[in-house]
Ligand binder design. Structure first.
Ligand code: ATP
Ligand code: MG
Length: 580
């Protein structure tokens, strides 16, 4: 796309000028060296919880604030590294007392409450496997995921239990215990359990390849898969938080991801704690005014959020950020969906900083491709591969998979397996897992292209790409052009069957405040898109919608727009957000 490059000044008082020498760092990078930066446990064992909390205590940093928890009513509670270490040890003891063995699954169904962090770390200390669920899930998605993983323990609140778990309790015979953070009927009381347990716990000597975490994918393209991750993933979480989020131990960091989404674990728990910084945890859901107040009031330095949130902030207008002191903010990053160039540029205007897009998946466990602090940004690009990551554009041929060397050619984004955060399987779906690999590549299912400078550009999900009159059209490009128009808050683009062209492009658009759907506006948008994209790629039709269907992790569900448009079965909607 034709947006100007944003040049970075490499001397601009940046705390961590990582990758100023990108090529040199990539050449010199060794995963073994990153691994050697861990504290480790005797016998070559690695345990995430040890790196995330106990290490800091052992090295004299126990007094630092690990979590600053902001409750709905704005009351603030700090949890220091030493407290988090002690509480998670108590939870590990409690699990042991409940008869939870190594490798057994512990599910959480919690919002952003302190117990979530304690339960996650305690589970890892015990050597059990953590699986966080979205707290907004209804009974059926909860039941379905539990039926696959057969957890021994569920940690949730009394209210969530009553509404969502009690009705299906009889279908969960494998559960040894339900722990309720605030006590009540149907489960054990969190406080009683922890009060009865000791502070010190001898953390399980897990092998680097032992299972640590199970994460279900977002379900954007179909039935969610349970991606399995291991303890050595912490090597990647730590180093990618440093490189791609520019994070160091002196930072106040805020990751807005929901705890049920992989981002909430990799960069909402593991990476930042392994680095030893202070994390802001807001119990409340999105609210533009509240978010600016937190950014300003907490002097947030590094902020990791998602395009859906950025689009909502854009919709809320420019006066809000102008009223808040955002001078502490020094790095903003986004993940989950393509970040439209408009959003990158909005960041510069409204926050005083461009937004750094990065790309990864539940399967990859950590960030793979990113716009780094020290790197010039091409708005609309996902950036370049992290050191230690080999990414390529490939084509599937009759004989296998071949890498495409020529720049600016569209193909499937593939990665060479071998980084520590890589998933080790889809739980109980070996065939689906095996299909992700061919000829030494992991195939991401996303289409992209790489330009001559090595920047990767997202084109679309392989499933979402539109084939029209001999062209392959990525929805992202069309959506980004629609987003340029001041009336457009969000856009989702699909292909609909056409007798002449095979498929034609149809767009669904939600409008900014102050704009109403009209024939005039429709014609204006169609004309704008035709002018920018040409008639072959521009949408033929535009429908106005109050909002677009999205997943819990904030991704536009194009498959649902399409199914509804064509009257087809809607498929697995377990991750669809309620309001949609
Ligand atoms: P499912 O696999 O169940 O369909 P999902 O792929 O949305 O769901 P996640 O693992 O949460 O589940 O999301 C990873 C996907 O999100 C990527 O494959 C990509 O399509 C999209 N994505 C993530 N970050 C970016 C980005 N920066 N730019 C474009 N797309 C992105
Ligand atoms: Mg996916």
């Amino acid at each position: 796309m034709d947006h100007p490059v944003i040049h970075k000044r490499h001397d601009a008082g940046r705390r961590a000028p990582h990758l100023a020498d990108y090529a040199g760092t990539c050449r010199a990078f060794r995963w073994e060296a990153a691994r050697a930066e861990l504290a480790g446990l005797p016998g070559g064992s690695i345990n995430i919880a040890h790196e995330a909390v106990d290490r800091h205590v052992a090295e004299g940093r126990g007094d630092r604030v690990a979590l600053r928890l902001i409750a709905r009513d704005w009351s603030v509670r700090d949890l220091r590294y030493a407290e988090l270490a002690a509480l998670s040890s108590r939870f590990a003891h409690a699990l042991e007392a409940l008869g939870v063995g190594r490798g057994e699954r512990v599910f959480t169904l919690l919002g952003r409450v302190p117990e979530l962090y304690v339960a996650a770390l305690g589970t890892w200390k015990r050597g059990a496997v953590l699986c966080p669920l979205f707290s907004v899930f209804g009974p059926e998605p909860i039941r379905a995921r539990m039926a696959i993983a057969e957890p021994a323990v569920l940690v949730t609140s009394a209210q969530l239990y009553r509404r969502k778990v009690a009705p299906i309790r009889a279908e969960l015979p494998f559960l040894k215990a339900v722990v309720l953070t605030d006590g009540g009927d149907g489960g054990l009381d969190w406080k009683t359990l922890l009060d009865a347990a000791a502070d010190g716990y001898e953390t399980a000597r897990t092998a680097p390849g032992d299972l640590a975490t199970l994460h279900f994918t977002s379900g954007t393209t179909g039935r969610p898969k349970g991606a399995m991750h291991v303890h050595e993933a912490v090597v990647a979480h730590r180093i990618t938080a440093r490189y791609a989020l520019d994070l160091d131990e002196n930072d106040v960091f805020w990751c807005t991801a929901d705890p049920g989404w992989v981002t909430g674990t990799s960069y909402g728990i593991v990476g930042p704690l392994a680095i030893g910084c202070t994390m802001i945890v807001d119990e409340e859901e999105f609210d533009a005014e509240r978010w600016y107040r937190i950014l300003a009031g907490q002097r947030v330095g590094v902020w990791y959020t998602a395009p859906t949130a950025i689009r909502m902030l854009m919709k809320a207008g420019a006066e809000l950020p102008a009223r808040h002191d955002l001078s502490a903010l020094r790095f903003v990053a986004s993940v989950g969906e393509p970040l439209n160039p408009e959003a990158v540029l909005w960041g510069e205007r409204a926050l005083g900083l461009p937004i750094h897009d990065n790309w990864w998946q539940t399967e990859t466990g950590g960030i793979m491709i990113a716009n780094y602090a020290a790197m010039d940004i091409k708005p609309g690009s996902m950036g370049r591969p992290l050191p230690g990551i080999e990414a390529a554009i490939v084509r599937r041929t009759g004989r296998g998979v071949e890498a495409i060397a020529a720049p600016d050619t569209e193909g499937e984004l593939a990665l060479r397996p071998g980084w520590p955060a890589m998933f080790r399987g889809y739980l109980r779906e070996d065939e689906r897992y095996a299909k992700c690999f061919a000829d030494g590549w992991y195939l991401s299912g996303d289409l992209a292209r790489r330009d001559a400078d090595g920047y990767f550009w997202f084109v679309g999900r392989a499933d979402d790409v539109i084939k029209s009159a001999g062209h392959l059209i990525g929805p992202f490009e069309v959506e980004s052009v629609l987003m340029e128009h001041p009336a457009v808050a969000e856009a989702g683009v699909i292909g609909v069957p056409d007798p002449m062209a095979l498929e034609v492009v149809k767009a669904f658009v939600a409008l900014n405040p102050g704009y109403a759907p009209s024939e005039t506006l429709r014609s204006e948008l169609l004309a704008h898109a035709r002018k920018r994209l040409g008639p072959a790629v521009a949408p033929r039709a535009i429908d106005f919608r109050p909002s677009l269907p999205r997943t819990r992790s904030g991704k536009i569900m194009r498959r649902l727009l399409k199914a509804r448009e064509l009257g087809l079965p809607e498929g697995d909607l377990s991750t669809l957000e309620e309001s949609a």
